[in-house]
Design a protein around this ligand. Sequence first.
Ligand code: HEM
Length: 141
Amino acid sequence: MKFRALLTTLALALLAGPLAADETELGAKMEKMGGAFRALRRQISDAAKNADSLAKLAVIRQNAEASVKLEPAMAKDVPAAKKQEFVARYQAEMKKFLELVGKVEAALKANNNAEAATLVNQLADAQKAGHKEFKKEDKKK
Ligand code: HEM
């Protein structure tokens, strides 16, 4: 019985191995932002959920702040001479994204859900633009 459990663990580790290798630290932060953002978009107009929406924004903020310090996987494909500029541009975009997060937080604290909803659409635009410029083609999702 113990042996079978060991075999199962080994088999699972083999299956999980390649997936884990494909995952980047930045990708993991992004996944966490993704879960919070999906929920936020659904409830941003609902004033009764503002406290929870602020909690979702805190998750997004925390992971975006950590993301500023990481490099996109794509940086490895950029020629050495342009790499520094590429990473600086990525960091500037992520900081702009964080400023927008601050504006959504302020709108929710003021119970201005219409304004918050407009700003959340801008977060989605920033996500789209950020992915187009800094995310590798094969890393969809
Ligand atoms: C609401 C905002 C955002 C959400 C919900 C989001 C979500 C995601 C998700 C789900 C992934 C795939 C993760 C994986 O590979 O497992 C991803 C990847 C990525 N995102 Fe975002 N993202 C957002 C904003 C941004 C912004 C603003 C930028 C750039 C300024 C950005 C840059 C990237 C990059 C570079 C990757 C690829 C990961 C890597 O290179 O290691 N994202 N994002």
